[in-house]
Write a protein that binds this ligand. Structure first.
Ligand code: FAD
Length: 320
């Protein structure tokens, strides 16, 4: 039995959620008393590959292919499944990120494996193999037992944390055959609209709702986010009204996030919004209505007008 972890990168730089997946996979390998190999696909430099050793990956399979420079669901799933077969890996770990959500079921089908997506803790391997995961859009937890010999686990970003465990590293080239069918859709290039912190990876998020009245009032949200090193987000009606881009919409039908700090400003806290943000570690709510449902899940609440409170917060942060 061995463990294989797929490490995601963007433009050749590993993502924080990728490092977290390595640390999680290393802990599983240690628990099972087995070895860990990591797989990287695309244009990642030797130096960047070496950075995985900080989190316990002593062997790295490097699939350096021009065809796979950008993420292609079907092809990446085939490559990871081929690596798992070559390694004889019984457990495949990856992040339950946007790409991970597409990859995990495809890998599981190819390996005839049992799948747990949205894992939040290390598996309980005493006797059976049980994994705690989120269920019902983050409103509940479920413990799922995988009875299949092969297992695929997709870890929720920010659920385990990035834990350092330095080891010596050995990088090996891995060139599996890539079938034409796997490359029917190819992303030629990705043009980023902004240089802002990516929402799913953000440690801190400042989010605005309909209480902000209009897009012209987002200057203070961006300023507050800038001072905190945070990403910006919004509620669904805000992106529906084109006040903010759809990529910022969080919730049941938007992105699900788990930052360390979520500041909700002028957002009521409807159940569909909470479904995507309630797993945040610390929630701060600013709302002028003391009865707003968001206060029920808040760690800190400020009842008041956002147009008075946010400028004061900005002033206080600038003073420190
Ligand atoms: P509102 O409900 O209008 O709330 C505005 C809040 O701002 C109020 O609480 C008000 O007291 C406060 N406020 C007003 N003025 C101020 C001020 N000056 N200072 C401080 N506070 C102020 N919503 C999502 O966000 N994400 C989703 O993924 C999502 N998916 C959905 C899926 C379905 C199937 C459905 C039916 C709905 C979904 N919704 C989703 C919509 C959701 O039900 C709510 O309608 C929405 O979240 C409300 O957005 P809001 O809180 O910004 O606006």
């Amino acid at each position: 039995m061995s463990v294989l972890v797929y490490v995601e990168h963007a433009d050749g730089k590993f993502k924080k959620s990728g490092f977290e997946a390595v640390a999680y996979a290393k802990a599983i390998a240690d628990q099972l008393g087995t070895s860990l190999a990591a797989i990287s696909i695309g244009n990642v430099t030797e130096e960047e590959l070496g950075s995985l050793s900080r989190y316990g990956a002593s062997r790295i399979l490097n699939v350096g292919s021009e065809q796979l420079k950008t993420f292609v669901n079907q092809a990446y799933a085939s490559v990871i499944a081929a690596a798992a077969a070559k390694e004889g890996a019984d457990v495949v770990v990856l992040s339950n990120s946007f790409s991970g959500k597409g990859l995990a079921p495809r890998i599981a089908v190819k390996l005839q494996a049992g799948l747990v997506d949205g894992a939040v803790e290390l598996p309980d391997t005493s006797g059976s193999f049980r994994v705690k995961k989120t269920a019902f859009s983050g409103k509940a937890f479920a413990v799922t037992e995988i009875t299949a010999a092969k297992k695929v686990i997709a870890l929720n970003p920010n659920a385990f944390g990035v834990k350092e465990q330095p080891v010596d590293v050995q990088v090996e080239a891995f060139q599996p055959e890539i079938r034409g069918n796997d490359l029917k859709t190819v992303i030629k290039d990705i043009v980023r609209a902004t240089d802002k912190i990516s929402l799913p990876d953000a440690e801190r998020v400042v989010s605005g709702g309909r209480g902000l009245k209009g897009p012209e009032n987002w200057g203070m949200i961006e300023e507050l986010a800038g001072l905190l090193g945070a990403a910006t987000a919004c509620s669904k009606p805000v992106s529906d009204a084109d006040w903010r881009p759809h990529s910022e919409h969080v919730g049941q039908t938007g992105i699900a996030i788990r930052p360390n700090l979520y500041i909700a400003i002028g957002i009521s806290g409807a159940i569909q919004h909470l479904a995507g943000v309630s797993s945040s570690k610390v929630i701060v709510v600013i709302n002028k209505d003391p009865e707003a449902p968001f206060f029920k899940v808040a760690d800190y609440g400020i009842v008041g007008d956002a147009f008075e409170i946010v400028p004061k917060l900005i002033e206080a942060l600038k003073a420190h």
